[in-house]
Design a protein around this ligand. Structure first.
Ligand code: PLP
Length: 377
């Protein structure tokens, strides 16, 4: 049997290991906050944004964004139907209701046109999600948000380094959020970042993420409200600082991997790869294929066929509205009839191995197996 090809995984060098070791040896006492602060400042500088707050994961960054913007019971938040559940779950944490918008046929990201159909007098925010490395059409979404007075929390968990009209992902909304999970382009093991240009929101998030302590009463064990404990450790921050120093190299590598796939698969009839329309710069977090219906193959069948060749793949996300977690809600019922693109693409989409350390030879093997499965070799 050939060596197993994993779906995802990071690219770590001695640089990150050395930074983490330094923090492990010295990130205590008066240096306890140093590594986190350095990582936050470097991240804000990279994005060209005022504030960055390092947190335990992107899920907590979304939770903090919603809570910080005062979104709560009786409010609705529009999310794309196709994304990881973490984009939507925090709406429940604050007592609000997620409403599932359809995705765009080309970008696979939330469709501004569908968002318009989801707006009610309870709608307070939109959470646009960059999917598999591509940002949504942020101009169109910002127009809708402006027309209806909605806040934007940009979920850039999968799009660090991606650009829309030359501007970096995560910088378009009232808040932006990132994930440094081990599968992501840059990682801290688990980890995330909240970013904003809004001083007031930043101050509020600082209090909310630290059990309701303000900077002024930090040393006083004095809590002004019941809040959350969402802080990143020095070790993770030091590691992340090293990854961030290499971000251009990490992004270039993702694009190189996608290029290897494109060279081998672009001409296969009935296969569609991630799009990169003009004005967009994708970081191709996950190389993804949509297999046209004519092949009569679902993504579950494709995954099983790949597994026989020791190749790990993942299905395109299930529509959130189809998951047991949400399916008994009226919002999910509306989504199942409205979101025709999400429901058409989901069962035919497949993420191909996109680990940072995958080799061109391994990509060659994945593509040969795919062509064989499709009868196109
Ligand atoms: C689009 C999206 N949003 C949010 C998250 C949550 O990130 P984390 O696992 O860091 O909480 C993920 C993680 O995969 C994601 O893909």
């Amino acid at each position: 049997m050939s060596e197993r090809i994993p779906i995802a995984g990071p690219w770590i060098t001695e640089k990150e290991v050395a930074y983490a070791a330094e923090a492990a040896a010295d990130g205590w006492y008066e240096r306890a906050g140093f590594y986190v602060q350095r990582f936050e400042e470097a991240f804000a500088k990279y994005l060209g944004i005022e504030h960055a707050v390092a947190v335990p994961h992107c899920t907590s960054a979304i939770h903090l964004s919603l809570a910080g913007l005062g979104i709560g019971p009786d409010d609705e938040v529009i999310v794309p139907d196709i994304t990881w559940i973490a984009s939507a779950a925090p709406t429940h944490y604050v007592g609000a209701t997620p409403v599932f918008a359809d995705i765009d046929e080309t970008t696979w990201c939330i469709s501004a046109e569908s968002v318009r159909k989801c707006i009610t007098n309870r709608t307070k925010a939109i959470i646009p999600v960059g999917l598999y490395g591509l940002t949504p059409d942020m101009d169109a979404l910002r127009d809708v948000a402006q027309e209806h007075g909605l806040r934007i929390i940009e979920d850039a968990a999968q799009t660090i380094g991606s650009k829309y009209k030359g501007q970096l992902a995560g910088t378009f909304g009232d808040a932006g959020v990132f994930s440094f999970h081990g599968t992501k382009t840059m990682t801290t093991g688990e980890g995330g970042m909240f970013v904003t240009d809004d001083d007031e929101l930043y101050d509020r998030v600082q209090v909310l993420r630290d059990h309701g302590r303000t900077k002024a009463n930090f040393r006083n064990f004095y809590n002004t409200e019941v809040a959350f404990k969402y802080r990143m450790s020095s070790l993770q921050a030091a590691f992340g600082f090293g990854q961030l120093e290499r971000i251009d190299e990490l992004v270039a590598r993702k694009r190189e991997i996608f290029g290897w796939y494109r060279d081998r698969l672009a001409e296969v009839p009935g296969l569609r790869l991630n799009a990169e329309p003009p004005d967009y710069f994708s970081t191709f977090w996950m190389t993804t294929v949509i297999v046209e219906a004519d092949y009569g193959l679902t993504n579950q069948e494709l995954m099983a066929a790949f597994a026989e060749h020791a190749i790990d793949t993942r299905p395109f996300f299930h529509p959130l509205s189809a998951l047991p977690a949400f399916s008994d809600t009226p919002q999910a019922a509306d989504a199942t009839t409205r979101n025709t693109v999400a429901y058409a693409l989901s069962p035919r989409g497949l993420n191909l191995p996109s680990a940072m350390r995958i080799t061109e030879t391994q990509v060659d093997r994945v593509c040969s197996v795919l062509r064989k499965i499709l009868g196109r070799n």
